[in-house]
Unconditional design. Structure first.
Lengths: 324, 324
């Protein structure tokens, strides 16, 4: 069993995970970032120790602890360099601090990589050696597994699938570039684009559903409106699927992977997105490569964060074994 | 020493290469595709054996033979599946045939991968563990080295850098897609786009240089006209550099490599392309990743084909050693 810690800005979730991806002794605590570094880590350590104790009491053997966090992580030292969830943290050596208090090896990686480790370990990518993961959330994240191993890149920052340019003269992205995949396929981009359309005079039932308050629009509301046949909402969702298809076609032609896994909040609209995305992939990627690459919705659901974090530990321990 | 065989549609070039990238006993022969499979291979084998004999006479130890060929290669069996240079070849087990006649292990890979092996072995990528190679020739080829090894992909077809979509509504590519990098950054695309501009009424000194015969336009002539200040030629070359920059920025954000190497005929215009390409990369890629990734012109020149082919053998033998 591995302990997985899904370190979020609001809540932190801890659980023990076995190699079938079952989660035991789930515990959740409010992260309370404003309590300060020492207190926040202390509370999380107590929770981890409590999950370890319960698991060991039942005779399970714990092999390691994995921590997944948004942000830039130096995986070699397990340091949180910066994180959007912890604006005051800078260069926090999480692995070092944790290993002083926990009698098992601790491994830290970012949430997109944790997602990939989880799907590879016990999810839809279980028997797959090469896969690209894409998360359609507030942003568009990504992670690349090749030859059974996660490719971290020279600076540990590979996998920024969301920041491929898919429309050179397109919308400005938060990263400063124009026309990134993130500007067309993230949940927040769905909201942003329907607002732009409303401001340019287009009508939509979405506005009725939020009582005319644009700030209440969410991607789920847009998706629902599209399901109900609202022309503008359908247009936005279709555009989302087309750009996702362009991004996936690029990944297929570049990396020739076995599998593409799509997760994140907007993947809830998979039934609507998938046929359009697939058609775009087939239109753009080499036929033989597009035939190889399965395109699947993520499989781990609500526990993906904990399972993926546990997967970090599982895979990192294997890497250590390889190195020996 | 390794023997490198650059198997071309017109000429085949053979040489012995040492680990400093020096080429000895260069021999070249017309490939004469129309002589038929057996005769073509027989002629090449004779040439290889002659280079081996000369090298061994001087006391050099040969470790293996590498063959680089355009087309789709099954690297596991060393089979030429299909090749544009040999339209009548289909599923030719080149490794098997060659190893029956040559007393050394033979390895076959495609020309883009050979290019990457050469640059990694003795060229600009010598001390680099992660690099992406891009060749700007008739098409745009590519190869990806990660963690010191070439990523071949699930079907052995990874690295199709030229078939990233960089302009969703762009020019139609030979592959059937629209707006591929190849449609904007290959040598033939330079010719194609200046012809389109001429047909739409634009004037250029290029037409004087080919005595009004559009079929005589080459990318070198366009580059020369741009150097002389011809506005249309400059525009086309600048567009080429911008799209190359978009493609490279995508590779940097996805793979976070140490090095990007650009080769192929159009790389002769590197002094003109590079500043524009670099500016576009900096505009689009994450600043920290763009700072990491060196962008360099290929270093091996005329012998790149032979050296790269020898590099296939050098790296493949190492892989075998890893596997043992």
């Amino acid at each position: 069993m591995f302990i997985g810690v899904d370190l979020g800005g609001t809540n932190t979730r801890v659980g023990a995970v076995n190699s079938s991806g079952q989660v035991f002794h789930r515990l959740s605590l409010p992260t309370r970032v404003n309590l300060g570094l020492e207190e926040v880590i202390g509370r999380i350590v107590s929770t981890i120790l409590s999950v370890i104790e319960q698991s060991e009491k039942e005779g399970y053997q714990i092999k390691g602890v994995g921590i997944g966090s948004a942000g830039i992580i130096d995986i070699r030292t397990g340091t949180v360099v910066t994180s959007p969830n912890f604006p005051e943290w800078s260069q926090v050596p999480l692995k070092l601090i944790m290993e002083n208090k926990i009698p098992y090896p601790v491994f830290v990686d970012n949430d997109a990589n944790a997602f990939a480790y989880g799907e590879k370990w016990v999810g839809v990518g279980k028997n797959v050696q090469s896969m690209v993961c894409i998360t359609l959330g507030t942003g568009v994240g990504g992670a690349i597994i090749l030859g059974g191993r996660l490719w971290h890149g020279f600076d540990g920052m590979a996998g920024e699938v969301g920041h491929m340019t898919v429309q050179p003269n397109g919308l400005r992205c938060n990263c400063g570039n124009y026309g990134c995949l993130e500007s067309y396929a993230s949940a927040s981009s769905v909201v942003r684009r329907i607002k732009l359309a409303i401001q340019s005079g287009r009508t939509t039932i979405v506005m009725d559903q939020v009582n005319g308050d644009q700030d209440k629009i969410t991607s789920t509301i847009v998706y629902q409106a599209a399901l109900e046949g609202d022309p503008l909402a359908k247009e936005i969702m279709e555009e989302t699927a087309v750009y996702l298809g362009i991004g996936i076609a690029n990944l297929i032609n570049l990396l020739n992977p076995e599998l593409i896994v799509v997760g994140g909040g907007l993947a809830n609209a998979w039934d609507m997105l998938y046929p359009i995305t697939l058609a775009e992939v087939r239109r753009r990627a080499f036929a033989s490569l597009a035939q190889t690459a399965q395109i699947r919705k993520a499989s781990l659901g609500d526990d993906a964060g904990i399972i993926g974090a546990a997967g970090i530990a599982s895979f990192s321990l294997k890497e250590v074994a390889y190195a020996i």
